[in-house]
Design a protein around this ligand. Structure first.
Ligand SMILES: *[C@@H]1O[C@H](CO)[C@@H](O)[C@H](O)[C@H]1NC(C)=O
Ligand SMILES: *[C@@H]1O[C@H](CO)[C@@H](O)[C@H](O)[C@H]1NC(C)=O
Ligand SMILES: *[C@@H]1O[C@H](CO)[C@@H](O)[C@H](O)[C@H]1NC(C)=O
Ligand SMILES: *[C@@H]1O[C@H](CO)[C@@H](O)[C@H](O)[C@H]1NC(C)=O
Length: 421
């Protein structure tokens, strides 16, 4: 009974045509992002390490370039032979390493064709990058940089339970690093520093001598676990998590409304392991939603057209070197039609405007023209003056009160003393 269905599905796949791909990928090997040196370490620790915080290393650069070459192979038959501007759109965020990674990946993806070579000594073509700074919010830092979300998240027991699951780990790493670990992000930052040094294998910023391969793996697993627990807090999943799927759906709608001869083929998101993890969790993708990927990991979401029926396919690779493999969404199943995908992931709809509204408290009336600014400034000055007045009266009273109590003390103490004798 199952066979005919399976056959249809297989045949369908053969006739389906890839029309659009969105590819999220992680940057290459990088320097540590937060500490560089722990409080417990000597002042000259790591001083000869040449990279600034969070920047790609030489090895990391090579990884992204190789990743671009691999993408070119994997999209053979779909990707144009040469770079065509309207077919591509590339997003980065505010972290330098995401723009560096995008530029390097694109150098591998689109080496200039013969007619595009403008300098025979440099086989490279400039390709525009666009910033989308919501991408960087996928992470525990969102509780700091989005105060409105942070306030809600901290009301959740699930947030405080994150550290409670690892009492020994917290205690040990506080002792080792000299960093006070009071919030999940602190643990994540400390663990990440140790793990990054281990991955670097650079004697100028040496890994801890006690750190075995097995321990490094465990550190990474704890990092994955605490981040996953954080992502599953409703205020996080329904803001930054939902933003990822809204983004996917909106990009698809753009493409389906474009004339075939002017259609976009690729959207690239040069981001972080956290972007892939939260997408994997939200879409129910094995592998991708279960572990942090390594450097140059990627998730491709492909749109296929089979006689005007549209399907989505997911391909995951956990490392720049590893070829991608198709993964089936546990939520959307196989085949995953665009209609079903939209039903599952359209709500809540978190576009750019909605995201920022959830992220930050309003500062001022939206159309902050000069008059409003003037009124607000005057208001602040007046309130300030009133407060200063009230405060100085209050201080005067306190001063008098405290002086009298000092006198009291001076007088009673010798008396009490006398009485006891
Ligand atoms: C790299 O990032 C740092 C820290 O955000 C910033 O100060 C610096 O200007 C960035 N460099 C470039 C070239 O954008
Ligand atoms: C712990 O994390 C919080 C929130 O990110 C941060 O403000 C604080 O500085 C961190 N503490 C340490 C010791 O790094
Ligand atoms: C991570 O979470 C999984 C699933 O909850 C659990 O089985 C595993 O033991 C955890 N690992 C660590 C190191 O805490
Ligand atoms: C989908 O494929 C059909 C042919 O099977 C074609 O007529 C139609 O234009 C395609 N639609 C898009 C959006 O590419």
């Amino acid at each position: 009974m199952f066979t005919p269905l399976l056959l249809i599905a297989t045949l369908g796949q053969l006739n389906a045509e890839l029309i659009f791909a969105q590819v999220w990928f992680r940057h290459g090997a990088r320097a540590p992002t937060v500490f560089g040196r722990f409080p417990s370490e000597s002042k000259d620790f790591g001083v000869s390490f040449p990279y600034e915080k969070g920047e790609l290393t030489k090895e990391g650069k090579m990884m992204e370039y190789e990743l671009g070459k691999r993408f070119r192979e994997e999209f053979k038959g779909f990707i144009s032979n040469e770079y065509v501007p309207h077919e591509n759109r590339i997003f980065i965020d505010e972290d330098n390493r995401t723009s560096d990674s995008a530029a390097l990946m694109l150098a591998g993806l689109y080496p200039p064709s013969e007619s595009q070579i403008w300098n025979p000594e440099l086989l490279w073509n400039p390709i525009p990058l666009h910033e989308d700074n919501i991408m960087v919010k996928a992470g525990m830092g969102i509780a700091d940089t989005c105060p409105k979300i942070g306030d809600e998240v901290m009301k959740r027991p699930a947030f405080w339970n994150i550290l409670e699951r690892y009492p020994t780990v917290v205690e040990q790493f506080e002792r080792l690093s000299g960093v006070e670990i009071s919030l999940p992000k602190n643990l994540s930052d400390v663990l990440d520093e140790y793990y990054t040094r281990y991955k670097l294998g650079d004697s100028r910023l040496p890994a801890a001598s006690w750190l075995t391969d097995k321990m490094a793996e465990r550190i990474r697993e704890i990092e994955t676990n605490i981040t996953t627990q954080f992502f599953k807090i409703p205020e996080v999943m329904d803001s930054i998590g939902a933003w990822h799927t809204t983004r996917l759906i909106d990009e698809i709608d753009v493409v389906l409304n474009q004339p075939t001869n002017k259609r976009r083929k690729f959207v690239f998101f040069s981001g972080h392991d956290t972007n892939l993890l939260i997408l994997g969790i939200r879409l129910g993708l094995p592998g991708c939603g279960e572990h942090f990927c390594d450097f140059g990991g990627s998730l491709a979401i492909e749109l296929h057209n089979e006689t005007n029926n549209f399907y989505l396919k997911f391909f995951y690779s956990n490392y720049y070197k590893n070829p991608r493999e198709e993964v089936i969404s546990k939520l959307c199943g196989h085949p995953c039609s665009l209609t079903k995908f939209k039903l599952l992931f359209s709500n809540p709809r978190i576009d750019e405007v909605t995201f920022w509204r959830k992220c930050k408290y309003p500062i001022m009336m939206e159309n902050g023209n000069e008059n409003t600014i003037l009124i607000v400034t005057l208001f602040v000055i007046i309130v300030g003056l009133i407060m200063t007045n009230i405060f100085s009266c209050f201080k005067l009273r306190r001063k008098q009160k405290s002086r009298s109590s000092t006198i009291d003390m001076d007088e009673t103490e010798p008396l009490m003393f006398k009485g006891e004798i």
